[in-house]
Design a protein around this ligand. Sequence first.
Ligand code: RB5
Length: 148
Amino acid sequence: MKVAIGSDHAGFDFKEMIKEHLQNKGYEVIDKGTHSRESVDYPLFGEAVAKSVVNGEADRGIVICGTGIGISISANKIKGVRAALCTNEYMARMARKHNDANVLALGARVLGIDLAISIVDTFFSTEFEGGRHERRVHLIHNIEEINL
Ligand code: RB5
């Protein structure tokens, strides 16, 4: 599986650690930046990861900022992206099972790195359940078609 990952300065350290964790597990990681702790604007990195997922360069994405809020809002502006901000493993599991989320958003200033990695592992090991949830994801898609 190919994973696009991106963060702002607040998420940079988490990005580096999560990238290494995923590479050690055999994932191909596409790093969309940022590449230092110098202050940058999170929407650019949310957009870069989101585009990588919808254009097929990556299968899934991870976006990280201080809270995870700004970068998840940004990623969700790209048609076809379902970015889920998760603060625990349960949310990560449900984001996959019920929402078929294709981008995971994390807040580096609200999580410890061990919890963040556990959330990442849960997100990547959980499949979409389909069934009635398929209909709901299609309804999200319809909203995009009409409004974006
Ligand atoms: C940067 O200071 C901070 O605003 C950003 O990382 C993020 O938390 C925004 O939602």
